[in-house]
Structure formats: C-alpha cells, structure tokens
Design a protein around this ligand. Structure first.
Ligand code: SF4
Ligand code: SF4
Length: 188
C-alpha cells in the first residue's frame, strides 16, 4: 500500500518494534515473547490477504499516521468521509488506513466524500491499535485465533505484535495500554 511495509525477510527472533514516547523517530527494538516463528500449523484460518493484514512497526495504525488525514477548521477530517465529519488523529482508525508519515508524505489528498464512518468501520482507541492490543492475538505463539500466520503476506510465518488487520477487536486487558506498558506485559 505504502512505503516501507513489505519486509519479507523471515524473522530470526520474535521482537517487539516500538516507537518510544520520546521525540525520536527511531524505533526501539525490545525483546518480547519467547520462541521462534515457525511453520507449524497456526490457529487462524483466514488468509492475511483476506483480512488485509499489514505490518508497519513504526505506527499504531491511527489517523495521525495515515495519508488520508486532512486539516479541518482547527480539527481534523478524513478525505474518505469528506469535510462534514471530523476524526481524532491520535485515537481513530478504520479499515482503509493508508500508512504514511506527515514528515515525509506531502500530497494533499482531495476531499473524496465516498464513504461514511460506519462503512469503513471507523473506531477510536486512545493508545492505538495493532495485534498487541487485539483480543484475537496469541502473544506467546506469534499467532492469531483468526488469521493464518502461514498465509501469503507481511511477516511470513508469524502474526507480529506490531501488525494489524481489519478484524481487530479490542482486548479487555491490553487495548487500553500504552506501548511501553505492553512491552513490559508481553516481554515479562
Ligand atoms: S479514518 Fe481511516 S482512512 Fe481516514 S484518516 Fe483515519 S485511518 Fe485514515
Ligand atoms: S491479532 Fe487481531 S489485528 Fe492481528 S491479525 Fe489477528 S485479528 Fe488481525
């Protein structure tokens, strides 16, 4: 979809790529759950491609990291929804998330007004999204209850804590946690 998302090198260890809360843009690599990704049958049966699984370790899959975010009278809007709807850059996301960083992406996408928030599944979660906050994620197995980790797509042979897909559901314990809190929780 956008820059930097296709890394098909097989992982040598399961690692947690996080963006720190500091001002640096360099991701910090932290050792997380144990084990190596492998080709044993996974739990999920839905192909990564069908779930639109993607891997961008430098984002939390929010509107503020999406190419479709636009300024709107002191607030923000989404090109898809048009200028009559606002979105929350630091908490919102939807099924048409398009990875881009404001520092490097300068294309002014026009107002498209092609979908409603409901049609694209717009939701908000203050600390962002990603598999590590999803109730389907199996952190200690690098696996997902729904998506087939061995299917064609990003992060071959695993479901990465920093991947995400359109089947995301808030995990009761993990969805509200910050990235450093999750590193502590899952890396313990
Ligand atoms: S609502 Fe979706 S497409 Fe629009 S800015 Fe947010 S993540 Fe991007
Ligand atoms: S853990 Fe959740 S977000 Fe990640 S692939 Fe599975 S369903 Fe999708």
């Amino acid at each position: 979809m956008h820059e930097g998302r296709r890394d098909h090198r097989p992982p040598t260890t399961l690692t947690f790529m996080i963006r720190t809360e500091s001002t640096t843009d360099k991701p910090e690599q932290v050792q997380a759950a144990q084990g190596r990704a492998n080709r044993k049958p996974g739990r999920g049966s839905i192909a990564k491609a069908s779930a639109c699984y993607q891997y961008h370790p430098d984002t939390e899959y929010r509107c503020q990291e999406c190419a479709m975010l636009k300024k709107l009278d002191g607030r923000h809007g989404c090109a898809w929804f048009g200028p009559t709807e606002s979105v929350k850059p630091s908490a919102g996301s939807c099924n048409y998330f398009a990875h881009a960083h404001p520092e490097t992406f300068h294309t002014d996408v026009p107002w498209l007004s092609l979908f409603t928030k409901e049609e694209l599944g717009y939701v908000e979660n203050p600390n962002g999204f990603s598999c590590k906050r999803c109730e389907e994620f199996l952190p200690h197995a690098s696996d997902c209850k729904k998506v087939d980790r061995n299917s064609e797509g990003d992060t071959p042979g695993e479901i990465n804590p920093n991947g995400c897909c359109n089947l995301w559901e808030a995990d009761r314990k993990r969805a509200g946690k910050t990235t450093p809190e999750l590193v502590k929780l899952l890396g313990a």
